[in-house]
Design a protein around this ligand. Structure first.
Ligand SMILES: Nc1ncnc2c1ncn2[C@@H]1O[C@H](COP(=O)(O)OP(=O)(O)O)[C@@H](O)[C@H]1O
Ligand SMILES: N[C@@H](CCOP(=O)(O)O)C(=O)O
Length: 307
């Protein structure tokens, strides 16, 4: 096998009322550089990645092995260099991107010829969130639904023409913890109201009515009101970003990062102001990634030779 590079973008899930269903890929990447050798070796090139004792303990290896075993195959030994720009446990789908990278690693090493639907299904079964897995796989803004037989249905929302600004605090919030805060059940009235807001958000995004989409983003009642008390500066970020011209701001995934959705060209100006307001945050204008999961053949100098 010639050396290859697997690139997976991060994702910002929910976008307010699209709870567990909607997500957008963002230009912040997890990269695996893979080459065959006679024993397994996994190395981290980014210092924030979790430590591990043996390669068999590594999350990405475990997902790859599970995927290979599901197809009655054994992973051949290889060297994997892991580089990541995705902050962990901040609401940028780092675990979904890592799960997808593991699935693709098995796909490539064992010639599984997995379809996109299979990758989406496996990723969702393993990680639990199609609203992260679908954008990381396909790029762009994705809407998903899980059917009764656990198939993941999906559709891509073209565009959207928006600048995104991320506010990443220093503190982590594990997705599992942020889900425990949420109610187990919603009344019929609550569910109808919350899904009507979600429906109108998607319809307005499809029409390019970003003002209306922004108002719907900030009207979520599925998860944001319950999580807001655990998200530092939640109200301040919404208010200040709106005053600077953003259409709306939402908790990214389960938080604690927040993301503003703004008119094209507004990103750098909003980011500059918010950096002053939130000096302890990493404030970044980010782009929507439109490519999703990529596999490239590389030569020994890590130059891409073919897709
Ligand atoms: N590249 C990676 N390699 C190994 N483990 C990872 C990687 N990315 C994420 N993880 C695991 O996923 C956890 C974060 O997942 P989660 O709480 O769902 O937050 P999020 O997915 O929002 O970043 C990390 O603490 C780590 O255990
Ligand atoms: N819909 C999930 C999304 C979790 O995203 P993450 O990036 O925080 O892992 C939720 O809201 O719990």
């Amino acid at each position: 096998m010639s050396p290859l590079r697997i690139t997976v973008p991060a994702s910002s899930a929910n976008i307010g009322p699209g709870f567990d269903s909607v997500g957008v890929a963002v230009s912040c990447f997890l990269i695996l550089d893979v080459s065959e050798q006679d024993r397994w070796e996994i190395r981290h090139k980014s210092s924030h990645l979790p430590t591990f004792a043996e390669y068999t303990d590594h999350f990405i290896y475990q997902i790859a092995r599970r995927t290979a075993e599901y197809h009655n195959k054994e992973l051949p030994a290889c060297k994997v260099l892991v580089t990541s720009e995705i902050p962990l446990a901040r609401g940028f789908g780092s675990s979904a991107s890592a799960a997808l990278a593991g699935i693709e690693l098995a796909n490539q090493l064992c010639d599984l010829n997995l379809s996109d639907s299979q990758k989406l299904k496996y990723g969702t079964e393993i990680e639990g969130h199609p609203d992260n897995i679908a954008p990381a796989l396909f790029g762009g803004l994705m809407v998903t639904a899980v059917s009764h037989d656990d198939q993941v249905e999906y559709i891509s929302v073209p565009g959207p023409e928006l600048d995104l600004i991320a506010y990443i605090p220093e503190t982590e919030l594990k997705t599992e913890e942020a889900r425990r805060i949420l109610p187990e059940n919603y009344s019929r009235g609550q569910a109808a109201r919350a899904s009507s807001v979600g429906n109108l958000m998607i319809a307005s995004l499809l029409q390019g009515d970003y003002q209306l989409a922004g108002r719907m983003i900030e009207l979520d009642s599925f998860h944001e009101p319950y999580r807001a008390p655990y998200i530092p500066n939640y109200q301040i970020i919404r208010r200040e970003a709106s005053q600077l011209g953003a259409y709306g701001s939402a908790i990214s995934g389960a938080g604690p990062t927040m993301v503003s959705f703004a008119p094209k060209g507004y990103g750098p100006r909003i980011a500059k102001h918010m950096t002053t307001l939130l000096p302890e945050y990493k404030v970044m204008p980010i782009k929507i990634d439109s490519k999703g999961l990529q596999v490239e053949r590389v030569n020994l100098q890590n130059t891409i030779v073919a897709e």
